[in-house]
Design a protein around this ligand. Structure first.
Ligand SMILES: [Zn+2]
Length: 444
């Protein structure tokens, strides 16, 4: 693998110039040295950042992005959108699914996402019958990621019920349904099959409290913890008010409150959305060390509500970003709207930061890197030895970025770029995007 020389790179301790990055054949950074000169390797001519992990994706939803923006029903909500989504799954086959995912992952790479956590609940055929290999569609997603060149954490999802308290699933959910044993088998098999591949990791997802039962959660968590005590565990939680009300009716507790009291939620957990929390839940989630998986453009599109970011950050809470329904595949937009939602709500500025001296763009980007890597169970998000060689090169000719001092590049990128600032992308040390074009482009 040739060396890289970055004219300027965002290191854990700040910006450095003339950074020599050595990468081994398997795509790991083995040495990083600032202030170096000649190299026979690749010159990275533009501000270099660690690539952003995308911690929440339902790839198939990319094909319906923009198709649920009209309805004759005046009571339009998340639940109508979900109906449209179920209808969309009536005919979607494995080949189409793999094509959609390959195209999506290609678009993600061009936007600067270098890793994705695929929260994968589409397991069966359109009629609900299982594939001969129950992990067939999971393997399609992994193949798509490898074809596009993005790193993937595949999270097979346990989805067993249609509502709290073990309600029977409805017909629109027939492609999602598995028993805990079937999901544990799938996780075990995939984990074994992809163990040697540094671009692939396997985790577990529980769809939500409404789609599982306490006994099932205990069973699958125990089983995957015996495979790998650090395996990522993701769950949708408290996205919608209706879900909070239903959870209270079922258990007397709110979803995040219930999860934290009844499970050993640790830094390997990721709670997706966690939109509706009390102050106490916000504090407790932050102190658990788990990651909040925030998806601002999807949460806006679905009318979910706003995450209590200031309080969560005050308690040291960790977060990462995801494009979820893929109504937008743009890390800049996720970070920008994470802050803008808070500004609009509080009629204040500069909300997402930990110290008064901190730049917001810098804080948001670094926090997204760290929380995302934690949620995906990857050694990414840092240009440092022992981490994956996942990095992006910004376009130094971008009209907003051109001429900016390095310490202002992230603020400018997050709040002021209106065209894609990501020119080149490397995953595991291999170029996947050059000059804004994916080298294995499937999106055309
Ligand atoms: Zn989701």
């Amino acid at each position: 693998m040739p060396d890289f020389l970055a004219k300027a790179a965002l290191m854990p301790q700040g910006w450095a110039e003339d950074v020599l990055i050595k990468v081994d054949e398997a795509g790991w950074i083995v040495d990083v040295r600032p202030e170096q000169s000649a190299t026979s390797g690749t010159i990275l001519d533009g501000p270099v950042l660690p690539g952003m992990p995308n911690l929440h994706s339902h790839a198939f939803q990319y094909a319906m992005a923009g198709l649920a923006e009209h309805s004759e029903d005046p009571a339009n909500s998340f639940w109508n959108w979900r109906k449209t989504m179920y209808g969309f799954l009536d005919t979607l086959g494995p080949e189409e699914l793999e094509r959609i995912a390959t195209c999506l992952y290609t678009v993600m790479l061009k936007a600067g996402y270098t890793q994705v956590a695929e929260f994968h609940y589409l397991h069966h055929r359109p009629d609900g019958s299982p594939h001969e290999d129950p992990a067939h569609l999971s393997r399609c997603m992994i193949r798509a990621a490898k074809a596009a060149g993005i790193g993937i954490t595949l999270l097979p999802v346990l989805y067993a019920h249609g509502g709290f308290g073990g309600q029977a699933p409805e017909s629109g959910q027939r492609r999602f349904i598995n028993t805990p044993e079937q999901i544990v088998d799938m996780v075990t098999t995939l984990d074994r099959d992809y163990k040697a591949d540094p671009q692939v990791r396997i985790g577990l997802a529980l769809h939500s409290l409404r789609a599982t039962t306490p006994e099932m959660i205990a069973e699958v968590v125990k089983a995957v913890r015996s495979i790998n005590p650090q395996m990522p565990i993701h769950i949708h939680a408290a996205e919608q008010i209706q879900e909070v009300e239903d959870c209270k009716a079922w258990s007397g507790q709110r979803p995040v409150e219930w999860l934290l009291e009844n499970n050993d939620v640790d830094p390997h957990w990721c709670l997706i959305h966690a939109t509706h929390m009390t102050e106490e839940e916000t504090r407790a989630l932050a102190l658990s060390g788990a990651v909040a998986g925030l998806c601002p453009t999807t949460e806006a599109n679905l009318g979910d509500g706003l995450f209590n970011l200031p309080s969560y950050l005050r308690h040291g809470g960790r977060f990462g970003i995801g494009s979820d329904s893929h109504i937008s595949v743009n890390m800049v937009e996720e970070l920008r709207w994470l802050e803008y939602g808070q500004r609009l709500n509080r009629r204040q500025r500069l909300i997402a930061r930990m110290g008064l001296e901190q730049h917001i763009g810098d804080f948001l980007y670094r926090a997204g890197l760290e929380g995302g890597a934690q949620a995906l169970g990857t050694k990414t998000g840092k240009i440092a030895a022992g981490h994956r060689a996942d990095f992006i090169v910004l376009d130094k000719e971008n009209p907003s970025i051109k001429g900016r001092s390095y310490d202002l590049v992230l603020d400018t990128m997050v709040f002021a770029t209106n065209s894609n600032p990501v020119r080149d992308v490397y995953v595991g040390g291999r170029a996947v995007v050059k000059n804004f074009e994916n080298l294995r482009d499937e999106s055309a």
